[in-house]
Design a protein around this ligand. Structure first.
Ligand SMILES: Cc1cc2nc3c(=O)[nH]c(=O)nc-3n(C[C@H](O)[C@H](O)[C@H](O)COP(=O)(O)O)c2cc1C
Length: 193
């Protein structure tokens, strides 16, 4: 029933970016059309080639790419998207989104989004416990974003605690249940008025 729905997987810069590849693969296997949008720093953690191969599509990173997206990538991707999931959502991405900042493709796209937006935070437990991070989480919840709570467990900083990104299969299940009762978006982009 959900086959062909368009999902954008936004990937920001954290160790859990490797889990975004597993999530992407699960979504593709479920029949979704998936486009990956990576922040510049996400490329330090995982290669665009992985997402290009998994999705069968180019990876979007640049805000200004008139050849591929004449209307602006943020506009074209937002218009097509049935759902945007940001996984992992870095503390930086959460802060920028909570304040309405739009200084790169992913944050600009999030400002244009008219579809459901899910964010899966992932960070060190000290970062996750910071008042500023929790303020941003509350702001995003108030703005209608679905926050997929991180779990507790082994963190790459060699500590055990809160901040571990939700598992890809749990995120994929939530995406399915979010979309199941929603009609598919129109795919008309760039038609003359
Ligand atoms: C080794 C390493 C691991 C990091 N892991 C995380 C992380 O799990 N979560 C997080 O919020 N930031 C993490 N950071 C910091 C972010 O990468 C940094 O804030 C970056 O500017 C975020 O960029 P972006 O939000 O534009 O993707 C890490 C940095 C390094 C060097």
């Amino acid at each position: 029933m959900l086959e062909g729905r368009e999902i954008i997987v936004g990937v920001s810069a954290g160790i859990a970016a490797y889990k975004a590849a597993a999530l992407t693969s699960l979504l593709v296997q479920s029949g979704f059309g998936v486009t990956a949008v990576l922040t510049r720093n996400a490329h330090r953690f995982i290669g665009a080639a992985t997402f290009a191969a998994l999705t069968g599509r180019p990876v979007a990173t640049r805000s200004f790419d008139a050849g591929a997206y004449p209307l602006g990538a943020h506009i074209e991707l937002a218009t097509r998207a049935d759902l945007i999931v940001v996984a992992p959502a870095s503390a930086n991405l959460l802060a920028k989104s909570a304040s309405g900042s739009a200084d790169d493709l992913l944050t600009t796209l999030l400002l244009c989004a008219e579809c459901p937006v899910l964010m899966a935070p992932a960070m060190n437990s000290a970062m996750w416990a910071k008042a500023s991070v929790q303020r941003n989480i509350q702001q995003l919840l108030d703005d209608g974003i679905t926050i997929i709570q991180p779990g507790s467990g082994w963190l790459s900083c060699r500590q055990t605690g809160a901040g571990r990104m939700a598992e890809p299969d749990a995120i994929a299940t939530l995406i399915g249940s979010t979309l199941v009762d929603r009609p598919a978006r129109s795919r008309i982009v760039g038609k003359p008025l």
